[in-house]
Design a protein around this ligand. Structure first.
Ligand code: HEC
Length: 130
């Protein structure tokens, strides 16, 4: 599938995420994130990885900047790479890239959980007990 913004540094437009963050999509995203992204960005996307100190430190994906990226911008960076980060277009399918984006969103939300998120988890675990 041709990607319309290939090669652009700061695309003005980005694509919307066509996938819903279902359990299956998040599991796919986790698998691919742990394969292709975590060696540099760390298992929790906080930039703590085995490459720390050997390579210009990969940034955390929990910065305000990365949290403010649209889903399409993260997808764009996976396709294009960014500065010294290489493109991961040939290693990932379209679906896998969008799944990785959802997984990064889940990591970002987990690190910045709000009280209402905790209440939701509590409600769910109570439901599971019954
Ligand atoms: C070889 C190490 C490496 C791998 C593997 C890697 N990245 Fe990166 N990534 C970097 C570096 C270094 C930067 C910072 C580049 C720069 O200076 O602009 C970066 C930047 C980013 C940014 C932009 C962050 C910002 O604040 O500008 C995102 C988003 C990102 N990477 C996502 C990913 C995803 C998703 C994957 C897996 C598909 C991945 N990266 C794999 C090294 C890596």
């Amino acid at each position: 599938m041709p990607y319309p913004f290939k090669g652009q540094l700061n695309p003005i437009e980005t694509l919307p995420n066509p996938l819903l963050p279902t359990k299956e999509v998040l599991e796919l995203g986790k698998r691919k994130f742990l394969t292709y992204c975590s060696p540099c960005h760390g298992n929790f996307a906080d930039g703590v990885s085995s490459l720390r100190g050997q390579f210009p430190n990969p940034p955390t994906l929990h910065s305000q900047r990365a949290r403010d990226f649209s889903d399409g911008m993260i997808y764009h960076i996976i396709v294009n790479g960014q500065n010294i980060m290489p493109s991961y277009q040939s290693q990932t399918t379209v679906e896998e890239r969008w799944a990785i984006v959802h997984y990064i969103r889940a990591l970002q939300r987990a690190k910045n959980a709000k009280l209402t998120d905790l209440q939701e988890v509590k409600k769910e675990s109570q439901l599971n007990v019954k």
